[in-house]
Design a protein around this ligand. Sequence first.
Ligand code: GLA
Length: 384
Amino acid sequence: MLRFRVALSAVVLTSIALASTAGAHVHAFKFGEMPDGQMVKVYTMKSNNGAYVEILTLGATLRKVEVPDKDGNVADVVFGFDNVADYLDADKNQYFGVVVGRYGNRIAGGKFSIDGEEYQLATNDGPNHLHGGGDQALSRQVWKAKRFESEDNTERGVKLWYVSPDGEENYPGEVTISVTYTLNDKNELRIDYEATTDKATVLNLTNHAYFNLRGAGSDTINDHEIMINADRYTPVDDTLITTGELAPVEGTPLDFREFHAIGERVDEMGEGEGAGYDHNFVLNREGAEQGELTVAAVLRDPKSGRQLTVKTDQPGIQFYGGNFLKGQEGKDGKTYAYRSGLCLETQIFPDSPNKQGEEGWPNAVLRPGETYRHVQEYDFGLVE
Ligand code: GLA
């Protein structure tokens, strides 16, 4: 009997692979199963320029990005895991590559109100709400998915979608969300978010990939250099909640308007748990139209020669320097040491539901009849 089952699963796997092989550069395979038996699929895709990307239906997760270095050698530059159990392990998985939400980053006290109605979310990060809450957060849901490829085969990808029911993680409204990953032959990976709701709610989706351009599992990001296109940032209190100020970066270790090595001034950011770079930057977008992409940040690794340009239509970007990483084991036997990876999460500002309307603070509320749109683009290339 066992022999028959093994043979059958091999047939199923092959048929999934074969069904998706016909003329497409996007393939779908079984990655694993959720505790309730629901299948998690992995979508794999290649560019015609040396890039290879994997997307999981669990959490609409970016699991793998292999890109060439200056000598043409490819390496996987993002954090992830080899199995579903690790992705569901909240201690191990510090949001590696997932789409976070409904509200990415923090909401003070987990509280906000819309049109006079108060809502209380989970306080899953000290006294605050973080990244959509607990087991029902978007990063822990299995999304539906469909692969696609352009007629001229210059871009390909996968569209994922999920309907978050009214009251999921105590958020109001039934929200229909789509996330589309598109990889083109310039090795640009574009992520398009769209959502609608049947009741006023708050929404701030983003991808939480951790990068090390020398190769995921390399020991540090301190010698990566970064430029962040922002004259201001939003200071935080000791619970990492924004204070409401929009403060100049001038004269601070957060001034990345020119390239600086991440390790050059990080010690000036203080000590203790969570100390370091973990701030939302107010992007310089003067004159940009709504929906227009502008360069938010450029990250480069002098040693490998790899460069990552992040573009977005959002007002903010969170630069998080991996201050909570603790050597957990990830995919391909790699371990992810303290400050060995960083995130560049394009977003509206943390705690906007409680600060919108204040000077310079973006709106966080999505209403029926409106469409939430957000573009987060990771462009991989070589140091210019
Ligand atoms: C975001 C936050 C960090 C940390 C990570 C996840 O980047 O800004 O403080 O919580 O998520 O570990």
